[in-house]
Write a protein of this length. Sequence first.
Length: 75
Amino acid sequence: MPRIAFFFGISIYMYMDDHGVPHCHGVYGDYAGSFVLEDGELIAGEMPPTQKNKIKAFILANKEDLMEKWNELSN
């Protein structure tokens, strides 16, 4: 499970054996959630609002690179 980013105490991961819609996982302390790469929305888990907004902003700012990484890990 490669960590692809770390900022403000938030780790962003993509798992090689994941399935479903393109997404990443955000971890902050005891919180964890899955976020859609298309729009940065939380689809599973829990995340405090401030960190959720930071993750969404990160996803939207890096959408192309994240989709490339998703496709690379999915193949």
